[in-house]
Ligand binder design. Sequence first.
Ligand code: ATP
Ligand code: MG
Length: 478
Amino acid sequence: MFSKYKKQSAAQRPAPAAAAAAPAPAAPQAAASLRKPMARKPAEAAPADKDRKRKERLGEIKVQLHGELLEHLNLAALDKASESELRAEISSISAEILEEKGVVLNREDRQTLNKELYDEVTGLGPLETLLQDDTVSDILVNGPQQIFVERSGKLQISDVTFKDEKHLLRIIDKIVSAVGRRVDESNPYVDARLADGSRFNAMVPPIAVDGSLVSIRKFKKDKLGIDDLVNFGAFTEEMAAYLQAAVSTRLNVIVSGGTGSGKTTTLNALSSFIDNAERILTIEDTAELQLQQTHVGRMESRPPNVEGKGEVSPRDCLKNALRMRPDRIIVGETRGEEVIDMLQAMNTGHDGSMTTIHANSARDGVSRLENMIAMTGIEMPLKAVRSQISSAVNLIVQASRLQDGSRRMTSITEITGMEGDVISMQEIFRYQRVGLTPDNKIIGHFTATGVRSHFSERFRMWGYDLPASIYEPARMEG
Ligand SMILES: Nc1ncnc2c1ncn2[C@@H]1O[C@H](COP(=O)(O)OP(=O)(O)OP(=O)(O)O)[C@@H](O)[C@H]1O
Ligand SMILES: [Mg+2]
Protein backbone atom coordinates (compact mmCIF):
# COMPACT_ATOMS: atom_id res chain seq x y z
CA MET A 1 0.00 0.00 0.00
CA PHE A 2 2.89 2.38 -0.65
CA SER A 3 1.23 5.53 -1.88
CA LYS A 4 2.06 8.67 -3.85
CA TYR A 5 5.40 9.14 -2.08
CA LYS A 6 6.59 5.78 -3.25
CA LYS A 7 8.94 5.53 -6.19
CA GLN A 8 7.64 3.63 -9.19
CA SER A 9 10.58 1.28 -9.51
CA ALA A 10 11.21 0.27 -5.95
CA ALA A 11 13.73 -2.52 -5.62
CA GLN A 12 13.66 -4.22 -2.26
CA ARG A 13 17.34 -4.35 -1.54
CA PRO A 14 18.36 -4.79 2.09
CA ALA A 15 20.76 -2.12 3.29
CA PRO A 16 24.26 -3.22 4.21
CA ALA A 17 24.84 -3.48 7.95
CA ALA A 18 26.79 -0.70 9.64
CA ALA A 19 30.52 -1.21 9.80
CA ALA A 20 32.07 -2.19 13.09
CA ALA A 21 32.84 0.64 15.50
CA ALA A 22 36.23 2.32 15.17
CA PRO A 23 38.99 0.43 16.90
CA ALA A 24 39.93 1.64 20.38
CA PRO A 25 43.30 3.43 20.69
CA ALA A 26 46.23 1.18 21.48
CA ALA A 27 47.26 0.70 25.10
CA PRO A 28 50.10 2.99 26.20
CA GLN A 29 53.62 1.61 25.92
CA ALA A 30 55.74 1.29 29.03
CA ALA A 31 57.19 4.78 29.50
CA ALA A 32 60.83 5.60 30.08
CA SER A 33 61.29 6.11 33.82
CA LEU A 34 61.91 9.87 33.56
CA ARG A 35 58.94 10.54 31.41
CA LYS A 36 55.42 10.91 32.68
CA PRO A 37 53.34 8.05 31.31
CA MET A 38 51.29 9.24 28.37
CA ALA A 39 47.70 9.76 29.34
CA ARG A 40 46.46 8.32 26.10
CA LYS A 41 43.22 7.11 27.49
CA PRO A 42 40.37 6.46 25.11
CA ALA A 43 38.02 9.37 24.48
CA GLU A 44 35.59 9.90 27.33
CA ALA A 45 32.51 7.91 26.54
CA ALA A 46 29.07 9.45 26.72
CA PRO A 47 27.13 8.30 29.79
CA ALA A 48 26.19 4.66 29.23
CA ASP A 49 22.63 4.22 28.19
CA LYS A 50 20.37 2.27 30.52
CA ASP A 51 19.38 -0.26 27.94
CA ARG A 52 22.14 -0.35 25.42
CA LYS A 53 20.98 -3.64 24.00
CA ARG A 54 17.63 -2.19 23.07
CA LYS A 55 19.36 0.67 21.36
CA GLU A 56 21.63 -1.63 19.42
CA ARG A 57 18.71 -3.64 18.19
CA LEU A 58 16.82 -0.50 17.25
CA GLY A 59 19.95 0.74 15.50
CA GLU A 60 20.11 -2.37 13.36
CA ILE A 61 16.47 -2.16 12.40
CA LYS A 62 16.84 1.52 11.68
CA VAL A 63 19.78 0.97 9.35
CA GLN A 64 17.73 -1.55 7.39
CA LEU A 65 14.65 0.61 7.32
CA HIS A 66 16.54 3.76 6.31
CA GLY A 67 17.85 2.08 3.24
CA GLU A 68 14.53 0.60 2.26
CA LEU A 69 12.55 3.70 3.02
CA LEU A 70 14.83 5.88 0.94
CA GLU A 71 14.51 3.50 -1.93
CA HIS A 72 10.74 3.41 -1.64
CA LEU A 73 10.05 7.07 -1.12
CA ASN A 74 9.61 9.37 -4.03
CA LEU A 75 11.87 12.13 -2.75
CA ALA A 76 10.72 14.65 -5.34
CA ALA A 77 7.15 14.44 -4.08
CA LEU A 78 8.23 14.98 -0.48
CA ASP A 79 8.58 18.74 -0.83
CA LYS A 80 4.86 19.09 -1.27
CA ALA A 81 3.87 16.90 1.67
CA SER A 82 2.92 18.51 4.97
CA GLU A 83 4.77 17.48 8.11
CA SER A 84 1.89 15.46 9.54
CA GLU A 85 1.22 13.82 6.19
CA LEU A 86 4.83 12.81 5.91
CA ARG A 87 5.07 11.54 9.49
CA ALA A 88 1.97 9.43 8.92
CA GLU A 89 3.36 8.15 5.64
CA ILE A 90 6.69 7.22 7.15
CA SER A 91 5.11 5.40 10.07
CA SER A 92 2.82 3.46 7.77
CA ILE A 93 5.66 2.44 5.46
CA SER A 94 7.86 1.45 8.38
CA ALA A 95 5.01 -0.52 10.01
CA GLU A 96 4.61 -2.38 6.76
CA ILE A 97 8.30 -3.19 6.45
CA LEU A 98 8.46 -4.25 10.11
CA GLU A 99 5.54 -6.54 9.64
CA GLU A 100 7.07 -8.02 6.52
CA LYS A 101 10.21 -8.77 8.49
CA GLY A 102 8.26 -10.08 11.46
CA VAL A 103 9.80 -7.53 13.87
CA VAL A 104 7.67 -6.51 16.83
CA LEU A 105 8.50 -3.25 18.61
CA ASN A 106 6.90 -1.61 21.61
CA ARG A 107 5.21 1.76 21.25
CA GLU A 108 8.17 3.78 22.54
CA ASP A 109 10.67 2.08 20.23
CA ARG A 110 8.35 2.54 17.30
CA GLN A 111 8.09 6.24 18.03
CA THR A 112 11.87 6.61 18.33
CA LEU A 113 12.33 4.74 15.11
CA ASN A 114 9.79 6.85 13.25
CA LYS A 115 11.34 10.08 14.54
CA GLU A 116 14.76 8.96 13.32
CA LEU A 117 13.37 7.99 9.97
CA TYR A 118 11.63 11.33 9.69
CA ASP A 119 14.90 13.14 10.58
CA GLU A 120 16.62 11.09 7.95
CA VAL A 121 14.22 11.96 5.20
CA THR A 122 13.56 15.62 5.97
CA GLY A 123 16.44 16.69 8.18
CA LEU A 124 20.07 15.92 8.66
CA GLY A 125 19.74 12.31 9.73
CA PRO A 126 21.90 11.28 12.67
CA LEU A 127 23.05 14.87 13.13
CA GLU A 128 19.52 16.02 13.82
CA THR A 129 19.42 14.70 17.42
CA LEU A 130 22.75 16.36 18.19
CA LEU A 131 21.61 19.61 16.63
CA GLN A 132 18.50 19.57 18.78
CA ASP A 133 20.44 18.77 21.95
CA ASP A 134 21.10 22.13 23.63
CA THR A 135 23.92 20.77 25.76
CA VAL A 136 26.00 20.12 22.64
CA SER A 137 28.01 23.11 21.41
CA ASP A 138 30.22 21.62 18.71
CA ILE A 139 29.81 18.53 16.52
CA LEU A 140 32.92 17.04 14.94
CA VAL A 141 32.58 14.17 12.49
CA ASN A 142 35.64 12.09 11.59
CA GLY A 143 34.23 9.78 8.98
CA PRO A 144 30.94 7.92 9.32
CA GLN A 145 31.66 5.94 12.48
CA GLN A 146 33.10 8.60 14.74
CA ILE A 147 31.19 11.64 15.87
CA PHE A 148 32.56 13.74 18.71
CA VAL A 149 30.56 16.37 20.51
CA GLU A 150 31.56 19.13 22.87
CA ARG A 151 29.56 19.52 26.06
CA SER A 152 30.56 22.14 28.65
CA GLY A 153 34.01 22.56 27.17
CA LYS A 154 34.72 18.83 27.03
CA LEU A 155 34.99 16.76 23.89
CA GLN A 156 33.41 13.34 24.11
CA ILE A 157 32.57 10.68 21.59
CA SER A 158 28.85 10.34 20.94
CA ASP A 159 26.90 7.17 20.39
CA VAL A 160 25.56 8.47 17.09
CA THR A 161 26.99 7.13 13.82
CA PHE A 162 26.24 7.23 10.12
CA LYS A 163 25.49 4.06 8.24
CA ASP A 164 28.48 4.47 5.96
CA GLU A 165 30.41 7.09 4.04
CA LYS A 166 27.72 7.25 1.39
CA HIS A 167 25.15 8.12 4.03
CA LEU A 168 27.41 10.83 5.47
CA LEU A 169 28.06 12.24 2.00
CA ARG A 170 24.35 12.37 1.28
CA ILE A 171 23.74 14.48 4.41
CA ILE A 172 26.66 16.78 3.56
CA ASP A 173 25.29 17.17 0.07
CA LYS A 174 21.86 17.98 1.44
CA ILE A 175 23.30 20.77 3.58
CA VAL A 176 25.47 22.38 0.96
CA SER A 177 23.04 22.11 -1.93
CA ALA A 178 20.44 23.92 0.20
CA VAL A 179 22.72 26.96 0.12
CA GLY A 180 23.57 26.62 -3.56
CA ARG A 181 27.04 25.16 -3.09
CA ARG A 182 28.59 21.91 -4.18
CA VAL A 183 31.10 19.56 -2.73
CA ASP A 184 32.75 16.72 -4.59
CA GLU A 185 36.13 15.36 -5.56
CA SER A 186 37.07 18.43 -7.56
CA ASN A 187 35.69 20.81 -4.97
CA PRO A 188 36.41 18.92 -1.78
CA TYR A 189 35.70 21.44 0.98
CA VAL A 190 32.94 23.86 1.72
CA ASP A 191 31.61 26.31 4.29
CA ALA A 192 27.90 26.78 4.81
CA ARG A 193 25.35 27.89 7.32
CA LEU A 194 22.61 25.59 8.51
CA ALA A 195 19.01 26.76 8.60
CA ASP A 196 19.25 27.36 12.37
CA GLY A 197 22.32 29.60 11.96
CA SER A 198 24.94 27.01 12.91
CA ARG A 199 28.28 27.22 11.18
CA PHE A 200 29.18 24.25 9.02
CA ASN A 201 32.39 23.11 7.36
CA ALA A 202 32.96 19.89 5.47
CA MET A 203 35.83 18.25 3.65
CA VAL A 204 35.27 15.09 1.65
CA PRO A 205 37.57 12.32 0.35
CA PRO A 206 40.12 11.95 -1.12
CA ILE A 207 41.44 15.01 0.70
CA ALA A 208 39.79 13.73 3.87
CA VAL A 209 41.60 10.42 4.04
CA ASP A 210 39.44 8.29 6.33
CA GLY A 211 36.02 9.57 5.36
CA SER A 212 34.43 12.99 5.32
CA LEU A 213 35.31 15.49 8.02
CA VAL A 214 32.56 17.74 9.25
CA SER A 215 32.67 20.48 11.90
CA ILE A 216 29.60 22.23 13.16
CA ARG A 217 29.71 25.16 15.57
CA LYS A 218 26.18 25.22 16.84
CA PHE A 219 24.34 28.47 16.95
CA LYS A 220 23.64 29.36 20.56
CA LYS A 221 20.38 31.22 20.95
CA ASP A 222 21.44 32.61 24.29
CA LYS A 223 25.01 33.76 23.89
CA LEU A 224 27.18 33.87 26.98
CA GLY A 225 27.14 37.38 28.40
CA ILE A 226 29.71 39.20 30.52
CA ASP A 227 28.17 37.91 33.76
CA ASP A 228 28.13 34.32 32.51
CA LEU A 229 31.75 34.56 31.50
CA VAL A 230 32.72 36.01 34.88
CA ASN A 231 30.76 33.21 36.57
CA PHE A 232 32.52 30.60 34.43
CA GLY A 233 35.88 32.02 35.45
CA ALA A 234 36.75 33.26 31.95
CA PHE A 235 37.83 36.59 33.50
CA THR A 236 37.23 38.53 36.71
CA GLU A 237 34.87 41.26 37.78
CA GLU A 238 37.83 43.71 37.79
CA MET A 239 38.73 42.77 34.22
CA ALA A 240 35.08 43.19 33.23
CA ALA A 241 35.08 46.70 34.72
CA TYR A 242 38.23 47.54 32.78
CA LEU A 243 36.77 46.14 29.56
CA GLN A 244 33.59 48.09 30.06
CA ALA A 245 35.64 51.29 30.35
CA ALA A 246 37.65 50.34 27.26
CA VAL A 247 34.65 49.59 25.06
CA SER A 248 32.51 52.46 26.30
CA THR A 249 35.30 54.97 25.75
CA ARG A 250 35.66 53.66 22.21
CA LEU A 251 39.04 52.00 22.26
CA ASN A 252 39.68 49.84 19.21
CA VAL A 253 39.77 46.26 20.39
CA ILE A 254 41.12 43.08 18.85
CA VAL A 255 40.20 39.74 20.34
CA SER A 256 42.98 37.30 19.57
CA GLY A 257 42.87 33.55 20.07
CA GLY A 258 43.16 30.08 18.59
CA THR A 259 40.37 28.07 17.01
CA GLY A 260 37.42 27.57 19.29
CA SER A 261 39.08 29.60 22.05
CA GLY A 262 36.03 31.79 22.57
CA LYS A 263 36.89 34.77 20.32
CA THR A 264 33.41 35.25 18.90
CA THR A 265 31.84 34.73 22.33
CA THR A 266 34.15 37.35 23.82
CA LEU A 267 33.51 39.79 20.97
CA ASN A 268 29.79 39.33 21.40
CA ALA A 269 29.99 39.85 25.16
CA LEU A 270 32.17 42.96 24.75
CA SER A 271 29.65 44.43 22.35
CA SER A 272 27.14 44.58 25.20
CA PHE A 273 29.08 47.58 26.53
CA ILE A 274 28.29 49.63 23.43
CA ASP A 275 25.78 52.40 23.95
CA ASN A 276 22.35 51.68 22.58
CA ALA A 277 22.28 54.96 20.66
CA GLU A 278 25.17 53.97 18.39
CA ARG A 279 24.85 52.69 14.86
CA ILE A 280 26.76 49.43 14.58
CA LEU A 281 27.54 47.50 11.41
CA THR A 282 28.70 43.91 11.64
CA ILE A 283 30.49 41.94 8.93
CA GLU A 284 30.95 38.20 9.22
CA ASP A 285 31.56 35.13 7.08
CA THR A 286 28.78 33.39 8.95
CA ALA A 287 26.50 35.61 10.98
CA GLU A 288 27.11 34.48 14.56
CA LEU A 289 27.11 37.73 16.53
CA GLN A 290 23.95 38.66 18.38
CA LEU A 291 24.09 42.28 19.35
CA GLN A 292 21.64 43.60 21.90
CA GLN A 293 21.53 47.15 20.55
CA THR A 294 18.64 48.47 18.48
CA HIS A 295 20.59 50.08 15.69
CA VAL A 296 22.48 47.20 14.11
CA GLY A 297 23.09 46.43 10.43
CA ARG A 298 24.34 42.90 9.79
CA MET A 299 26.25 41.77 6.73
CA GLU A 300 27.40 38.33 5.69
CA SER A 301 30.09 37.95 3.06
CA ARG A 302 29.60 35.38 0.34
CA PRO A 303 32.05 33.00 -1.31
CA PRO A 304 32.00 32.54 -5.08
CA ASN A 305 29.36 30.13 -6.43
CA VAL A 306 29.97 26.93 -8.35
CA GLU A 307 30.94 28.88 -11.49
CA GLY A 308 33.32 31.02 -9.45
CA LYS A 309 31.06 34.04 -9.66
CA GLY A 310 29.10 36.23 -7.28
CA GLU A 311 31.68 36.58 -4.53
CA VAL A 312 31.16 39.39 -2.04
CA SER A 313 34.29 39.43 0.08
CA PRO A 314 34.58 40.74 3.63
CA ARG A 315 36.58 43.59 2.12
CA ASP A 316 33.70 44.48 -0.23
CA CYS A 317 31.34 44.54 2.75
CA LEU A 318 33.73 46.63 4.78
CA LYS A 319 34.28 49.18 2.01
CA ASN A 320 30.56 49.46 1.61
CA ALA A 321 30.01 49.68 5.35
CA LEU A 322 32.18 52.77 5.46
CA ARG A 323 29.67 54.50 3.23
CA MET A 324 26.81 53.56 5.51
CA ARG A 325 27.56 56.02 8.31
CA PRO A 326 28.44 53.57 11.07
CA ASP A 327 29.53 54.69 14.52
CA ARG A 328 31.29 51.40 14.99
CA ILE A 329 32.22 48.50 12.78
CA ILE A 330 32.55 44.96 14.05
CA VAL A 331 34.27 42.45 11.78
CA GLY A 332 33.74 38.83 12.90
CA GLU A 333 37.24 37.79 11.91
CA THR A 334 39.99 39.64 10.06
CA ARG A 335 42.00 37.17 8.05
CA GLY A 336 42.81 38.70 4.70
CA GLU A 337 43.04 41.84 2.66
CA GLU A 338 40.20 43.49 4.61
CA VAL A 339 42.82 44.19 7.27
CA ILE A 340 43.80 47.36 5.37
CA ASP A 341 40.29 48.78 5.47
CA MET A 342 39.77 47.64 9.05
CA LEU A 343 42.84 49.50 10.27
CA GLN A 344 41.92 52.52 8.21
CA ALA A 345 38.42 52.53 9.67
CA MET A 346 39.87 52.31 13.18
CA ASN A 347 42.16 55.24 12.36
CA THR A 348 39.59 57.44 10.76
CA GLY A 349 36.63 58.16 12.92
CA HIS A 350 35.25 54.70 13.52
CA ASP A 351 37.02 54.28 16.78
CA GLY A 352 35.47 51.74 19.03
CA SER A 353 35.61 49.18 16.25
CA MET A 354 36.33 45.58 17.03
CA THR A 355 37.43 42.38 15.36
CA THR A 356 39.05 39.03 16.10
CA ILE A 357 42.24 37.50 14.74
CA HIS A 358 43.77 34.08 14.92
CA ALA A 359 46.88 34.36 17.09
CA ASN A 360 48.38 32.90 20.25
CA SER A 361 49.44 36.04 22.07
CA ALA A 362 49.16 39.80 21.78
CA ARG A 363 52.65 40.03 20.26
CA ASP A 364 51.82 37.22 17.87
CA GLY A 365 48.60 39.06 17.00
CA VAL A 366 50.55 42.10 15.91
CA SER A 367 52.80 39.94 13.74
CA ARG A 368 49.69 38.40 12.20
CA LEU A 369 48.42 41.85 11.32
CA GLU A 370 51.80 42.74 9.79
CA ASN A 371 51.77 39.54 7.74
CA MET A 372 48.23 40.13 6.57
CA ILE A 373 49.19 43.59 5.38
CA ALA A 374 52.27 42.21 3.62
CA MET A 375 50.12 39.58 1.90
CA THR A 376 47.88 42.22 0.35
CA GLY A 377 50.87 43.21 -1.78
CA ILE A 378 50.87 46.80 -0.60
CA GLU A 379 54.41 48.10 -0.64
CA MET A 380 54.94 49.83 2.67
CA PRO A 381 58.05 49.95 4.84
CA LEU A 382 57.70 47.82 7.97
CA LYS A 383 57.97 50.86 10.17
CA ALA A 384 55.03 52.50 8.43
CA VAL A 385 53.00 49.28 8.75
CA ARG A 386 53.74 49.12 12.45
CA SER A 387 52.93 52.74 12.97
CA GLN A 388 49.61 52.20 11.23
CA ILE A 389 48.86 49.23 13.51
CA SER A 390 49.95 51.01 16.67
CA SER A 391 47.78 54.02 16.01
CA ALA A 392 44.76 51.91 14.99
CA VAL A 393 44.69 49.22 17.66
CA ASN A 394 44.43 50.12 21.34
CA LEU A 395 43.76 46.83 23.01
CA ILE A 396 44.40 43.15 22.41
CA VAL A 397 42.40 40.70 24.45
CA GLN A 398 43.74 37.15 24.33
CA ALA A 399 41.24 34.30 24.50
CA SER A 400 42.60 30.80 25.10
CA ARG A 401 41.28 27.31 25.38
CA LEU A 402 43.55 25.71 27.93
CA GLN A 403 44.56 22.07 27.81
CA ASP A 404 41.90 21.07 30.37
CA GLY A 405 39.18 22.45 28.09
CA SER A 406 38.56 25.60 30.12
CA ARG A 407 38.39 28.89 28.25
CA ARG A 408 39.97 31.94 29.77
CA MET A 409 40.99 35.45 28.88
CA THR A 410 44.67 34.88 29.44
CA SER A 411 45.84 38.42 28.80
CA ILE A 412 44.66 41.98 28.29
CA THR A 413 47.35 44.05 26.61
CA GLU A 414 47.39 47.71 25.60
CA ILE A 415 49.23 49.09 22.60
CA THR A 416 50.77 52.33 23.69
CA GLY A 417 52.67 53.57 20.64
CA MET A 418 56.03 53.05 18.99
CA GLU A 419 59.51 52.96 20.39
CA GLY A 420 61.87 53.27 17.45
CA ASP A 421 60.78 50.54 15.04
CA VAL A 422 58.97 48.50 17.64
CA ILE A 423 55.35 48.63 18.72
CA SER A 424 55.22 49.16 22.47
CA MET A 425 52.75 47.20 24.50
CA GLN A 426 51.90 46.77 28.14
CA GLU A 427 50.04 43.93 29.71
CA ILE A 428 47.44 44.99 32.28
CA PHE A 429 45.92 41.68 33.34
CA ARG A 430 47.02 38.11 32.91
CA TYR A 431 46.11 34.61 33.87
CA GLN A 432 48.87 33.12 35.95
CA ARG A 433 49.19 29.37 35.75
CA VAL A 434 50.75 27.74 38.75
CA GLY A 435 50.36 24.04 38.21
CA LEU A 436 48.29 21.05 37.35
CA THR A 437 46.11 18.84 39.55
CA PRO A 438 46.67 15.07 39.34
CA ASP A 439 43.62 14.82 37.08
CA ASN A 440 45.11 17.40 34.70
CA LYS A 441 43.03 20.42 35.69
CA ILE A 442 44.93 23.65 35.46
CA ILE A 443 45.56 25.53 38.69
CA GLY A 444 45.94 29.27 38.31
CA HIS A 445 44.52 32.68 38.99
CA PHE A 446 44.08 36.05 37.37
CA THR A 447 46.19 39.00 38.41
CA ALA A 448 46.80 42.60 37.43
CA THR A 449 50.39 43.19 36.39
CA GLY A 450 50.87 46.35 38.40
CA VAL A 451 50.92 48.53 35.29
CA ARG A 452 48.41 51.35 35.29
CA SER A 453 46.36 51.72 32.14
CA HIS A 454 47.73 54.04 29.50
CA PHE A 455 44.12 55.11 29.01
CA SER A 456 43.22 55.75 32.63
CA GLU A 457 42.97 59.50 32.07
CA ARG A 458 40.68 58.88 29.12
CA PHE A 459 38.56 56.54 31.20
CA ARG A 460 38.28 59.18 33.92
CA MET A 461 37.31 61.90 31.44
CA TRP A 462 34.52 59.70 30.12
CA GLY A 463 33.23 58.99 33.59
CA TYR A 464 34.84 55.58 34.14
CA ASP A 465 36.92 56.30 37.16
CA LEU A 466 38.41 52.91 37.87
CA PRO A 467 40.01 52.59 41.31
CA ALA A 468 43.82 52.43 41.17
CA SER A 469 43.60 49.21 43.19
CA ILE A 470 42.41 47.20 40.19
CA TYR A 471 45.87 47.62 38.64
CA GLU A 472 47.64 46.25 41.70
CA PRO A 473 49.00 42.75 41.34
CA ALA A 474 46.91 40.54 43.51
CA ARG A 475 45.47 37.15 43.20
CA MET A 476 41.98 37.61 41.74
CA GLU A 477 39.50 34.81 41.76
CA GLY A 478 38.07 34.09 38.30
N1 ATP B 1 34.35 31.01 28.75
C1 ATP B 1 33.65 30.05 28.20
N2 ATP B 1 33.18 29.05 28.93
C2 ATP B 1 32.49 28.03 28.39
N3 ATP B 1 32.22 27.93 27.06
C3 ATP B 1 32.67 28.88 26.28
C4 ATP B 1 33.41 30.01 26.79
N4 ATP B 1 33.74 30.80 25.75
C5 ATP B 1 33.24 30.21 24.66
N5 ATP B 1 32.59 29.08 24.95
C6 ATP B 1 31.96 28.14 24.01
O1 ATP B 1 33.01 27.62 23.22
C7 ATP B 1 32.61 27.43 21.87
C8 ATP B 1 33.54 28.18 20.95
O2 ATP B 1 33.42 29.57 21.18
P1 ATP B 1 33.57 30.65 20.02
O3 ATP B 1 32.67 30.37 18.88
O4 ATP B 1 33.44 31.97 20.69
O5 ATP B 1 35.09 30.40 19.62
P2 ATP B 1 35.94 31.05 18.43
O6 ATP B 1 37.31 31.30 19.00
O7 ATP B 1 35.23 32.19 17.85
O8 ATP B 1 35.98 29.82 17.45
P3 ATP B 1 36.41 29.81 15.88
O9 ATP B 1 37.87 29.93 15.85
O10 ATP B 1 35.94 28.45 15.45
O11 ATP B 1 35.66 30.95 15.25
C9 ATP B 1 31.17 27.94 21.80
O12 ATP B 1 30.34 26.85 21.87
C10 ATP B 1 31.03 28.81 23.03
O13 ATP B 1 29.72 28.84 23.51
MG1 MG C 1 34.61 32.58 15.89
